[in-house]
Design a protein around this ligand. Structure first.
Ligand SMILES: *Cc1c(COP(=O)(O)O)cnc(C)c1O
Length: 385
């Protein structure tokens, strides 16, 4: 830990209180650029009030008391699964307690010794842990392809992939640390050349934010039907907690028998699922927020283009500011905080070595003026460098 402290790698729990789109730091109010409240729904007190008015007494249940396989299958879970499956136009949906539970539980339940998992190099830790578990428990194989390098992916599918009964291609739709979007259509097209390839897509950062109905990038790119396993989470844009898998009927039945985080963990609090259902049902109504967020992202990236840390403009609301060295990233975050902006340094192992920096996570509750001020503050930091 002493070595981590010296190299700017030591993590501690920030002592900040969230407050709408700000955090309170002692007596100061800082604009929160590290939250995942992409639509500004967590900051929306009116929406919360509306929700509370819809609840009847028997829906105020704060604990499930057991897993859904035992006595914990409260009706709201089935209702929410039906709603989600119907929205996506797919056969089935299965809820999980979190995105981490979903990814770390589904992959080991699906991948056996005849399965090869092929993942983008930069997928989320929960997917990596799922693949590691599948390898350790079942002897499944996995390998990675360079970030968004579909030519290399195709080589793997034509080569090593031919020796497996099943190949699972694993990716995210908007990458959390890079903010870039996957060409899901291209992956669906690629998959169609093979009879043993299935596609697993984690839409954690795109659900709510993209697509005309807020279902994510697969909806925007009109290829929901081509994705065999589509994971969405409630914890980010939906301002709730939990996650879901959209899949076929047989897959759902299989997972109900085999996904250990589902079998061996107490189900979500019913009241949390009620809130998730309330927000999910309203996703199509948040088009104004999605449009505002897209406009903000574009404006901020234009305003900050040319600064030393800016990477190639992303096409999303996640904007990485890569500085390279962890200590430099930490110093940048520290100085931005002094200027009224709360953002956290991202360091290895969250990002690859050499890619430490600060990540700006924009949301629809922010204003143009606030982000213009952030771009100006970044500009004066780099002048001082
Ligand atoms: C946040 C995130 C998760 C984890 O979801 P939780 O519900 O917070 O556990 C999974 N995948 C990706 C890509 C994420 O960004």
């Amino acid at each position: 830990m002493a070595a981590w402290r010296e190299t700017g790698m030591l993590r501690t729990l920030p002592q900040m209180q969230p407050c709408g789109r700000y955090v309170l730091d002692g007596g100061r109010k800082l604009l929160n650029l590290s939250a995942n409240d992409y639509l500004g729904l967590a900051a929306d007190e009116d929406l919360r009030r509306q929700f509370l008015h819809t609840l009847s007494e028997q829906e105020y249940v704060f604990g499930s008391s057991s897993s859904r396989l035992l006595g914990g299958n409260h009706p709201v879970f089935d209702r929410l699964e039906h709603l989600i499956a119907a929205r996506y136009g797919r056969e089935a949906c299965l809820l999980f307690n979190s995105g981490y539970h979903a990814n770390s539980g589904i992959l080991p339940a699906l991948a056996d010794r005849d399965t090869l998992m092929v993942a983008d190099k930069r997928v989320h830790a929960s997917l990596i842990d799922g693949m590691r578990l599948a390898r350790a428990q079942n002897g499944a194989a996995f390998c990675r392809f360079p970030h968004q390098d579909y030519a290399r992916l195709a080589e793997i599918l034509h080569g090593r992939g031919r020796h497996f009964a099943r190949v699972l291609v694993v990716t995210e739709s908007i990458f959390s640390m890079d903010g870039d979007c996957t060409d899901l259509r291209a992956l669906v097209d690629l998959k169609r050349h093979f009879d043993n390839v299935l596609l697993y897509v984690d839409e954690a950062h795109a659900v709510g934010v993209r697509g005309s109905g807020g279902l994510g990038l697969a909806q925007e790119q009109d290829c929901i039907g081509g994705i065999d396993f589509l994971v969405g989470t409630f914890g980010k844009a939906l301002a709730a907690s939990g996650a879901y898998l959209v899949c076929g009927r047989v897959v759902k039945d299989w997972l109900v028998n085999t996904a250990r985080p589902l079998l061996f963990s107490t189900a979500l609090p019913p009241v949390a699922a009620e809130w998730a259902a309330f927000v999910f049902a309203r996703l199509p109504q948040f088009e104004d927020r999605r449009r505002h967020l897209a406009a903000l992202s574009h404006r901020f990236q234009t305003a900050s283009a040319g600064l030393p840390g800016t990477v190639a403009a992303t096409d999303s609301h996640l904007v990485p500011y890569v500085l390279g060295d962890p200590a430099r990233a930490q110093a940048c975050a520290h100085r931005l905080r002094a200027a009224g902006f709360y953002c956290l340094p991202v360091r290895p192992p969250t990002v690859p070595p050499g890619r430490a920096g600060v990540r700006f996570s924009l949301n629809a509750a922010m204003t143009e003026a606030e982000l213009d001020a952030l771009a100006a503050a970044l500009g004066s930091l780099s002048d001082a460098d």
